[in-house]
Design a protein around this ligand. Structure first.
Ligand code: FAD
Length: 462
């Protein structure tokens, strides 16, 4: 069957979205007013921030302002891999913050456990499953990379299993990969169910959420910050900025992140026989270990989500909604799906969508304050924010409360990523780095330019 036929009629919305999940839109902010805490952005980071603020302050007026609908951006468009990490993995922690790697790794595991506890405590049914992750290697040098990854996990007391041959086939039977690393520590979630559950929990606790309410600008004053929205102004004693990949309202943040588009396909529901034929019998997620990597998982009704590889940057950091659909990326994804799963090369795809990843040059979030501590921000989660966003939200609250905590004392949170250069250098540098990363995937050779960027603490990943 030709590619276009397999995609005919596919929804352009994420598979996670369903009209009854969130109910009708909440009314925009219509009247001037004042509050104790305003949170700008209604994704994971903003909603966790609101809910955790309510735990700390039962009586405060807390208001969330969301430009569109809660979960309409990255939090409702991602793959739902819920990492036991706040540092984009152990090797990133070791490479960038060797002296606090112990702490970062421990906090990453604690954060995932606490996230699961919070979902239980708030009755959020998010299809959370601690089903693990299989990372696979297509080349000998990627297999060496898996061994290094295993050494990192072992160093921190985490079990994992290196697999080749029959034991690998038993988890994924495909000609495409020659080695794998089984990591039982990962979880998977339905991301939109987390958003819907957090949103509901916030509303039940008296937190006001205004959708279709973009914050246009911020004006600091001695006792707070005035937020300008299209219909009304909100005076907030404190503000948390949780706007992820959007153009940051604070100018100083604009060089720290770039918008990278990432695309996903989802198949029609597959039968047990189809899944057995590819050896994928469990519920674990799968990712390959190229610089340009694919990730895959099952949905609750046994569709396969197949995503990643392309990481598209548009000149001028363009963030247009039209770019959320990209025929070229969908075709490339279908081609790689067929190479990995030849027996499924006639299945149809029911969903095809894109999303924007807020990429920082060190692939982890960073946090800080502005306006004399009256505003805090946390962004730059790159492609690993499903769990880390909860940690970023707590870091913002600690900063706004003026608390000295383990979270606020991390060099990772406190330090800034290396800024991206202005255009046209930005576009050219990204294209150059991507070309070298693609070559490394083919040859195993890391170019001089990439090694220099490594030394400067500059990375590029989705
Ligand atoms: C395709 C894709 C796949 C991914 N896969 C994974 C994965 O498998 N695992 C993982 O850990 N991470 C993944 N990520 C990353 C993860 O989704 C994000 O890190 C996370 O959702 C960030 O949450 P957030 O609340 O900070 O951002 P968002 O969900 O983007 O929320 C920010 C919100 O702020 C709103 N906003 C912006 N500007 C304004 C303004 N001026 N006024 C009011 N509101 C504003 C936006 O409308 C948006 O709703 C993926 C991301 C994408 C795009």
């Amino acid at each position: 069957m030709i590619l276009a036929d397999r995609l005919a009629g596919a929804s352009t919305d994420p598979v996670w979205w369903s009209p009854d999940l969130n109910g009708p839109a909440l009314p925009p902010l219509g009247q001037d007013g004042a509050c104790d805490l305003a949170i700008i952005g209604g994704g994971f980071t903003g909603l966790w921030c609101a809910l955790k603020a309510r735990e700390r302050s039962p009586d405060q007026r807390i208001v969330v302002l969301e430009a569109k609908r809660c979960g309409g951006a990255a939090s409702g468009r991602n793959g739902g891999f819920c990492a036991p990490s706040i540092s984009h993995g152990i090797s990133n922690a070791l490479a960038r913050w060797p002296r606090e790697a112990d702490t970062l790794v421990r906090l990453g595991f604690e954060n995932l456990n606490q996230l699961e506890e919070d979902l239980d405590a708030y009755g959020i049914e998010a299809e959370f499953e601690r089903s693990g992750k299989l990372t696979v290697a297509a080349t000998p040098w990627q297999a060496e990379g898996l061994k290094a990854m295993q050494a990192g996990l072992t160093k921190f007391g985490r079990k994992s299993t290196y697999l080749e041959g029959q034991p690998l086939d038993a988890l994924l039977n495909t000609p495409a990969y020659q080695a794998g690393l089984w990591d039982p520590n990962y979880a998977l979630v339905n991301p939109s169910r987390i958003v819907a559950g957090l949103r509901r929990a916030c509303l039940e606790r008296g937190i006001e959420i205004h959708e279709e309410t973009p914050a246009r600008s911020l004006k600091p004053a001695h006792d707070g910050v005035t937020i300008h929205t299209p219909r009304a102004h909100l005076r907030a004693a404190r503000v948390a900025l949780a706007t992820n990949a959007a153009v940051p309202l604070l100018k100083r943040l604009r060089m720290a992140i770039i918008p990278i588009y990432d695309y996903s396909l989802v198949t029609e529901p597959l039968s047990d026989a189809q899944l057995e034929a590819i050896g994928w019998v469990g519920r674990y997620g799968i990712a390959d270990s190229g610089n340009q990597f694919h990730y895959a998982r099952k949905t609750a009704d046994n569709r396969i989500l197949w995503a990643g590889y392309d990481a598209i940057y548009h000149f001028g950091s363009d963030r247009g909604d039209a770019r959320l659909q990209r025929a070229e990326s969908f075709a490339r994804l279908m081609g790689s799906f067929d190479r990995v799963f030849p027996s499924l090369s006639s299945v149809r795809f029911s969903h095809a969508w894109g999303g924007i990843i807020d990429t920082s040059a060190r692939t982890t979030f960073f946090a800080g304050t502005a306006f004399g501590g009256r505003l805090a921000y946390a962004l730059g989660f790159t492609g690993q924010g499903v769990s880390a966003s909860r940690f970023g939200a707590l870091t913002m609250l600690d900063l706004l409360d003026g608390r000295d905590t383990e979270r606020t004392s991390l060099a990772m949170s406190r330090s800034w990523p290396v800024p991206f250069p202005p255009e046209p250098l930005r576009y050219l540098a990204i294209r150059w780095a991507q070309r070298d990363l693609a070559r490394e995937d083919l040859t195993g050779h890391r170019s001089l330019m990439l090694r220099t960027l490594d030394r400067l603490g500059i990375g590029f990943a989705s």
